[in-house]
Design a protein around this ligand. Structure first.
Ligand code: PLP
Length: 419
């Protein structure tokens, strides 16, 4: 990497896939859409090792449809980790049910099985083990506790498509699961997401709910393909130093994050399911064709993350003040993110940026005591502390060995500087 300037992120989407998407969009053929989407769904179900996979417009709507299909309704409770993405707990009240927040491990960042057990009540209908940052939860215990309590297990695989737990792909360990394939994910379909389930009746209900939707607008997909190609170019090693890096440096001087602030999604309290999902949520061939090509590469893309993540795990294990992540026994993480904790996180991020390494605090939040859910407060001290201390280091597949060497040195010296 020229000049030691390392982007926080690099898309898996490539110009070749942009051409595939453009060709499919030009065809604009409903029968071809249905055939390609069915092929992608079958390949995805095979990959995960489950009987049913259904493309949905977003993971949050997929989650909503799963909750609805298993009969969650007024008075019911759904256990959600205290560190997650706002849109997931935000779906639960739309069905009249309550999100019950359960704490995470301080350094694993994923649902603590003991906290899940403590959050159970006779009203609990489902639990959402969220394999955050690419780290599978401790599924043996979570599934056992859920089985004993008669609670459905809906795995959140939005950040862990293809990761394994004790050799099994996540999404096939619990009862149902959802995944998402936006441009910044480990694999992409431009936009869109997937639901998987082992239950035929649940699959039929999810399909029935989607039946009336029109196709995803071509303009939206064309825009996503252009954005993906632009992201690819802007984060390419030959261009990053001249494109995004100056914006990051100037933004930092102004106290702003020029990547997250314009593109991040505002946290809102939903009052209804978005009409864009229900009226124009059907997937098109452009998404499926890109997805099929990404599935050809998924283990190579994830494998590059794993190599990079393991290298960082080893090299940064004993840096004073810094805590590297821990992983539940049996988890085979895909390092969607490499997240360290540091008590002087913001100072560390500044010192790293001065050394040409761009980091982010990401878009998760701690929800034990959050204004979006004032009536669902519940102590989640690890989630709150992790949120104040966590920092994502670059771990994407396009990092070179020299980038990793530079980063390790930068983290060591930055940690010394901030103390
Ligand atoms: C952990 C997690 N769950 C759920 C979602 C929601 O995905 P979508 O935007 O497809 O609704 C995300 C989004 O990135 C996520 O990171």
């Amino acid at each position: 990497m020229a000049f030691g300037r390392i982007p926080r992120f690099s898309p898996s989407f490539s110009p070749r896939e942009a051409l595939v998407a453009a060709a499919a969009l030009l065809r604009d053929d409903a029968a071809a859409d249905a055939e390609a989407v069915a092929r992608f769904e079958r390949r995805f179900a095979e990959l995960i090792g489950v009987p049913h996979a259904i493309m949905v417009p977003s993971a949050r709507y997929g989650f909503y449809l799963l909750l609805s299909a298993i009969g969650v309704g007024p008075g019911d409770e759904v256990v959600v980790p205290g560190l997650t993405y706002f849109a997931i707990p935000a779906m639960v009240p739309l069905l009249g049910a309550a999100p019950i927040f359960a704490d995470v491990g301080l350094r694993s960042h994923v649902l603590d099985p003991d906290a899940f057990a403590a959050a159970l009540s006779p009203r609990t209908k489902a639990v959402v083990p969220t394999h955050l940052f690419g780290t599978p939860c401790e599924m043996d215990r979570i599934v056992q506790i859920a089985k004993e309590a008669g609670v459905a297990v809906i795995e959140d695989c939005a950040q862990s498509t293809g990761a394994r737990y004790r050799g099994q792909r996540v999404g096939s360990v619990g009862d149902h699961a959802y995944y998402t394939f936006g441009l910044t994910k480990n694999i992409t379909t431009l936009s869109g997401a997937m639901v998987t389930t082992k239950d035929e009746a649940v699959a039929a209900k999810v399909r029935a709910a989607l039946a009336g939707a029109g196709p995803t607008p071509r303009r939206k997909l064309a825009k996503e393909a252009a954005t993906g190609a632009a992201m690819w170019a802007a984060t390419h090693p030959a261009l990053y130093w001249a494109t995004v890096h100056p914006a990051v440096v100037v933004g930092n001087r102004l106290g702003k994050d020029p990547i997250h602030e314009p593109f991040g999604e505002p946290e809102v309290r939903y009052t209804k399911v978005s009409s864009s999902y229900t009226t124009q949520g059907r997937a098109r061939a452009a998404q499926a064709e890109v997805g099929l090509r990404q599935l050809d590469r998924i283990d190579a893309l994830n494998g590059a993350r794993v190599r990079n993540g393991r290298r960082l795990d080893e090299a940064l294990a004993h840096v004073p003040g810094l805590s590297t992540p821990t992983y539940p026994e049996g988890a085979e993480p895909i390092y969607m993110s490499f997240v360290v904790n540091h008590p002087r996180r913001d100072a560390l991020a500044g010192a790293l940026r001065a050394r040409g390494v761009d980091t982010t605090i990401g878009y998760m939040n701690a929800f034990g005591d959050h204004p979006l859910f004032p009536e669902h407060k519940r102590a989640c001290p690890n989630a709150a502390r992790a949120m104040a201390e966590l920092l994502h280091l670059p771990v994407h597949p396009n990092l070179s060995g020299a980038d990793l060497d530079h980063m390790v040195e930068a983290v060591r010296s930055a940690a010394l500087e901030v103390g």
